[in-house]
Design a protein around this ligand. Structure first.
Ligand code: SIN
Length: 304
């Protein structure tokens, strides 16, 4: 025998407990999507939901991390009104805002577009001191199949790390920058110029922040891995070169299939997720078709 080296290892069984014991909510039903995260919500109209229903929806987000709510009929003003019930809408300065509705960024992929905005694993806007807690996408148009948003549960990513590595990472902060995704000459420059969201980037708009690489969720008190290759440049006090070997290992671990879910849209669907404990990814698997989403992000707290 040539003595080959085995390079793979098996992921031991892992799951997110609320997926197996969904609550009986008073105002809607939830149907979990995978053992890791994600749920489809049925029976709520986001235009008329009571305060109690909105509080339940936030509890469902705590439990399932990402929700898909189908069959909504939201004007831009109604989507903004819903977002305001969850917190302060936070415009993304690197994209063109919707005419008359600065809180909304329209994500439009034309049939000829090659890349999808958000087509890398990331948590939104972690270059800010107070990154968004929630992101919501309201679907105007989507391909008959494809164009899902993928998610990865970062509680599971943190909890399944080797205990020695977790101890090493305790208290460590990372540098999160827009330079990677939005700087001139960045990997996404071509994406931004192809995508119809028309990113505007000028050196004075680029910014960065320091955050813990494992952040504690303010509601659950659980730690979640908080690194991604779209924003995390390095560990604090280390160069990018010094940081990359470990960062690459963490990025690969963060998207282990057992931590993941995909949510599928139809026109009128609204997806909403918690950026404090999951990563997401826009799948670019529908050339020749159009996808149009209205996106709002809701400000969160400073990660600790
Ligand atoms: C995003 O990254 O915010 C967009 C995700 C998507 O379009 O599916």
């Amino acid at each position: 025998m040539p003595g080959y080296i085995t390079t793979f290892s098996y992921q031991s069984a892992v799951s997110h407990v609320p997926q197996f014991a969904p609550r009986n909510f008073k105002h809607f039903c939830v149907e979990p999507v995978t053992g890791a995260m994600g749920a489809v919500v049925e029976g709520i109209d986001l235009r008329t939901a009571s305060d109690e229903a909105i509080a339940e929806l936030e509890q469902a987000l705590v439990d399932h991390l990402a929700l898909m709510i189908h069959d909504q009929d939201l004007s831009p003003a109604e989507q903004i009104a819903f977002a305001r019930r969850l917190g302060r809408p936070m415009p993304w300065p690197f994209a063109k805002k919707m005419e008359g509705y600065p809180e909304i960024t329209e994500l439009i992929q034309e049939p000829h577009d090659k890349y999808a905005f958000g087509g890398t694993w990331h948590s939104d806007s972690c270059n800010f001191e107070q990154p968004p807690k929630y992101t919501m996408l309201y679907c105007i148009e989507c391909p008959p199949v494809g164009g899902d948003t993928g998610f990865a549960n970062q509680y599971l990513a943190w909890e399944t790390l080797d205990p020695e590595l977790k101890a090493e990472l305790e208290g460590v902060r990372g540098v999160y920058s827009t330079e990677l995704g939005y700087g001139t000459g960045s990997a996404s420059e071509e994406v931004q110029s192809n995508a119809t969201t028309h990113t505007i980037y000028s050196p004075e708009q680029l910014n960065e922040a320091l955050h813990p690489v494992a952040r504690t969720h303010p509601v659950t008190g659980r730690k979640a891995l908080y690194v991604n290759d779209s924003f995390t440049v390095s560990f604090e006090g280390k160069t990018q070169d010094e940081s990359l070997p470990l960062l690459r290992k963490l990025w690969a671990h963060a998207i282990t299939p057992e931590f993941c879910a995909r949510l599928r849209y139809t026109p009128g669907s609204l997806a909403i997720w918690d950026n404090r404990c999951c990563l997401h990814y826009a799948h670019s698997d529908y050339p020749g078709h159009r996808r149009h989403m209205r996106r709002i992000v809701v400000e969160g707290e400073k990660p600790v």
